[in-house]
Write a protein that binds this ligand. Structure first.
Ligand code: SF4
Length: 437
């Protein structure tokens, strides 16, 4: 048994980069540390320990992580500097050489941070503890609250798909999850703590339960059966795992919101094959049409990557035409960047950086057009809105069940409360719809 009384009232500072999953995990690490006596360093206070949870989705993400480490080292020169997350798993030696780093923890080790802190020698070179990625079995369901109203519940980790452009399977390991009972228990704890809306997160959440004979659909039904007025959002789910039965279920469910986020990545079958995605565009189109036939007002967000190897100008144009034809609400546009160790690097045809940027601009404009049309189709409709604490000048914002951002005059009594409203026209900045008086 480790004597952790040494941690009482020690100050810890956290810095998280990357996705919602990382934020949920930082929150779980923070909970373990506060259970053992750590307290969060307030702004301006010197921390005893800094924990940096990194991302490695692109080279730019790696650079931002290195900058964050250096900045924290300047702010807290005497702190023990712990670096974990995807970048730490992928390039531990590179990180261990950054000035000020004391401890590098991989994907399997991050939740055992207290043991490593207990044993660390600070004046020695940085310690590196990682596990080979194919040996990673650890899974911790975890939940974090953003500074708004939403909670992010990590229901799954890792991925078995190995898309040719992606390094996530090398950073997070094989697909794994807890069971339904444990996952629902985490959601109940969040509801107990005041959650009104819970976003399900993971790397490939549709793969939930694969190792223990359960399924994501069973999990969705278990969440829907919770006796509470909480709202759940599915967040991103692979189109081949978004089954027709899940869509049918969401259409009549009490708690699962009519809001979908589906990665398409390219609108041509040629590029989808180069990416080794597990569906074709006809399947994607079917999913969108099915959602819209059952839930005409559902919000559908779609991920697209531009400029991958093999995406010629003609294929990009064809992809744009396909995306334009879909009844969707928003695009999340990512610009391809080469990642060492990925299969996509074997493809010779390359897209110049300037051309990648041009394609990204084109799709951002298309996204704006889609979002504008979707929002304008919602004017005059009545929905429950969950108001958040965020201010927009004199106003507060919230989201309808189908993820339309609404705005009203700030009223602190309405924060984290639901109100039935009718959507009006745009606000001045065209970033949200006002409510009809
Ligand atoms: S589904 Fe593909 S893109 Fe998504 S995490 Fe897995 S390998 Fe990466």
């Amino acid at each position: 048994m480790i004597d952790t009384t040494v941690f009482h009232n020690k100050k810890v500072a956290f810095h998280t980069l990357g996705c919602k999953l990382n934020f949920a995990e930082t929150s779980a690490i923070g909970k373990k540390m506060s259970d053992e006596g750590f307290v969060k360093a307030r702004a301006g206070e010197q921390a005893d320990v800094c924990v940096i949870n990194t991302c490695s989705v692109t080279d730019t993400a790696d650079r931002k992580c290195r900058q964050a480490i250096s900045k924290l080292n300047r702010l807290h020169p005497n702190a023990i500097m712990v670096v974990t997350g995807c970048y730490a798993q992928l390039k531990p030696d590179e990180i261990s050489k950054i000035e000020g780093v004391d401890l590098v923890l991989g994907a399997n080790e991050k939740f055992s941070i207290l043991e490593y802190l207990h044993n660390i020698e600070t004046d020695a070179p940085a310690e590196v503890h990682t596990t080979k990625i194919n040996k990673i079995k650890e899974f911790e369901p975890s939940c974090s609250r953003d500074d708004r109203t939403r909670y992010f519940l990590k229901v799954q980790d890792g991925c078995d798909y190995y898309c040719t452009y992606c390094t996530i399977p090398f950073a997070r390991g094989r697909s794994r999850s807890a069971n339904i009972e444990q996952t629902v228990q985490k959601a109940l704890e969040a509801i107990e703590a005041g959650a009104k809306e819970i976003v399900l997160t993971g790397v490939n959440i549709g793969d939930f339960g694969k190792l223990n004979g359960e399924s994501f659909f069973d999990l969705v039904k278990a969440f829907d059966a919770i006796e509470s007025d909480v709202r759940f959002r599915i967040s991103s789910i692979e189109p081949n795992l978004l089954t027709d039965e899940i869509i049918d279920y969401v259409a009549t469910s009490k708690h699962i919101m009519p809001h979908f986020h589906i990665p398409l990545q390219s609108g041509t079958n040629e590029v989808l094959q180069l990416m080794k995605r597990k569906y074709n565009r006809e399947l994607f189109e079917h999913k969108v049409q099915k959602i819209k036939s059952l839930m005409p007002d559902a919000f559908i967000g779609v991920d697209v990557i531009v400029g991958v190897r093999g995406e010629t100008a003609e294929l990009f144009e064809e992809s744009c035409r396909f995306i334009e034809s879909l009844d969707i609400s928003q695009l999340h546009v990512f610009t391809y960047s080469e990642r060492a160790g990925t299969k996509m690097l074997d493809i010779e045809q390359n897209t110049p950086i300037a051309e990648r940027k041009k394609r990204s601009d084109i799709l951002h404009l298309l996204s704006d057009k889609k979002t504008k049309a979707f929002y304008e189709s919602q004017t005059g409709k009545t929905y429950p809105v969950l108001w958040e604490s965020r201010h927009n000048g004199e106003n507060m914002v919230g989201f309808t069940t189908n993820y339309v951002k609404a705005e009203r005059t700030y009223d602190k009594n309405r924060v984290n409360a639901v109100e039935m409203i009718t959507l009006g026209g745009w606000n001045d900045e065209k970033s949200a719809l006002e409510i009809e008086k």
